[in-house]
Design a protein around this ligand. Structure first.
Ligand SMILES: Cc1cc2nc3c(=O)[nH]c(=O)nc-3n(C[C@H](O)[C@H](O)[C@H](O)COP(=O)(O)OP(=O)(O)OC[C@H]3O[C@@H](n4cnc5c(N)ncnc54)[C@H](O)[C@@H]3O)c2cc1C
Length: 391
């Protein structure tokens, strides 16, 4: 009973594997169902030498420099501020919504008084969720909030989540802010970086340790069983000391309380025989039918591929996650609603009944973790695991 198994070679599983292998000196087996490591952060070069993030664009941004230092142990990182445009009413508008956007949307003359009101109310804050504008006690601020909400937000949200904004958990909606300045960076954290040769290199180096063994193309659910009498989980019929699970918790328990909802993406690639396609690295399309945004990976300035004569855009069509569907079989974003949170709690209670399992990550904990939060969270889970292993 001394096997340690980690299900999933995404960020959560890989960070934990490395820490257990290195700091506890224990052997770790990682089981991954996809044919590659890296989970949704996986990237690879296409035949032209363009580095493509296969599961959508990822930008590391954090206020904690130790996160950058930690990743720099495994790959060379470089500073990169993300820029986005939104295509609204036939015009490219800067994202996040900021003072410049306001001038574009309401006209420079009208914006003068509105700008003064926004500065007076929110001047000390860097970013303010659009919701706060919509709920303002000032009718002009409220009207501007509603303009953003209706033109950009409602339609984008409906496509992204397959729900009306009113049905979605407020914490999700609060992720879309307005900058209280002319700041044109999409994200507002202090340290914004990308790995020079891509994220997969980080995973390769994280997992390159004598105590770690990775098995790909293997669905762990075919090997996991529940010993209800002894309250332990077995793998291939053997009780294991520890099972770290980073996959979908509802699938682990055979969907006994129903499926937890996720959004998936059908990502379609279009190549063109020109050096540049979009005016910015990402463009969002709130008003377009079916798709939400396009990414031109060549513009991520990795400094490697600018001379390639072709370019490519990856366009995202959100879909409901369905493990049996050819296009929608990857769970990308947990759909947080009152109902889905309650359902998750039932699965969590079920998991607490087994003594040798630890849940970690976006799928097992049904939470939207950004990469920086994912690292911090895996570090704190490791402390829990370490004290268990030392017991
Ligand atoms: C489209 C998109 C864009 C994002 N952009 C950003 C961004 O810009 N900035 C940022 O900070 N964060 C971003 N994120 C979040 C980031 O992807 C996550 O923080 C990170 O990938 C979480 O890692 P994880 O290990 O928890 O989950 P995952 O990456 O999903 O890893 C879980 C792994 O478990 C495997 N698995 C599941 N079930 C089984 C099973 N039964 N058997 C074996 N293996 C199994 C899966 O195949 C997968 O490899 C984005 C996420 C998405 C979806």
């Amino acid at each position: 009973m001394d096997r340690i198994i980690i299900v999933g070679a995404g960020f959560s599983g890989s960070i934990l594997a490395r820490k257990i292998a290195e700091e506890c000196g224990r052997r770790v087996e990682i089981i991954e169902k996809r044919p590659h490591i890296g989970g949704n952060m996986y990237d690879e070069y296409d035949k032209y030498g363009i580095l493509i993030q296969r599961y959508g664009p990822h930008f590391l941004n954090t206020n904690k420099y130790w996160i950058i230092e930690y990743l720099s142990r495994y790959a060379k990182m470089f500073p990169h501020d993300t820029h986005l445009l939104s295509f609204i009413d036939g015009k490219y508008i800067q994202l996040p919504f900021n003072f410049r956007t306001m001038q574009q949307l309401v006209g420079a003359k009208k914006s003068e008084a509105l700008l003064a009101k926004l500065r007076e109310r929110f001047g000390r804050r860097d970013r303010v969720p659009i919701f706060e504008l919509v709920e303002s006690d000032d009718k002009d601020v409220r009207a501007y909030g509603n303009l953003l909400f209706e033109k950009a937000y409602r339609t984008y949200t409906a496509k992204q989540w397959g729900l009306e904004p009113e049905q979605i958990d407020r914490s999700v909606l609060e992720r879309v802010p307005m900058a209280m300045s002319f700041d044109a960076r999409y994200l507002n954290k202090d340290f914004q970086y990308l790995p020079k040769k891509g994220y997969t290199e980080i995973f390769r180096n994280l997992l390159n340790h004598k105590n770690i063994e990775v098995t790909l193309n293997t669905d762990a659910l075919a090997h996991i069983r529940f010993d209800e009498k002894n309250h332990i989980i077995t793998y291939d019929g053997e009780a294991v000391e520890l099972l770290v699970f980073t996959g979908n918790i509802d699938e682990l328990f055979g969907l006994k309380y129903g499926r937890l909802p996720y959004r998936s993406l059908d990502i379609r690639y279009t190549y063109q025989n020109k050096k540049s396609i979009l005016p910015e690295e990402i463009v969002s399309y709130p008003q377009a039918p079916g798709y939400t945004r396009s990414t031109e990976y060549k513009k991520f300035t990795y400094g490697l591929n600018q001379d390639i004569p072709v370019s490519m855009i990856a366009t995202e069509y959100p879909l409901e996650y369905d493990p049996n569907d050819e296009k929608a079989n990857i769970p990308y974003y947990p759909v947080l609603t009152e109902d889905s949170r309650k359902r998750y709690d039932r699965y969590l209670t079920e998991a607490c009944g087994y003594g040798n399992i630890v849940l970690c990550g976006r799928l097992a904990e049904f939470k939207y973790y950004n990469m920086d939060v994912c690292i911090e969270h895996a570090f704190s889970k490791f402390e829990e695991i370490k004290s268990r292993l030392e017991r």
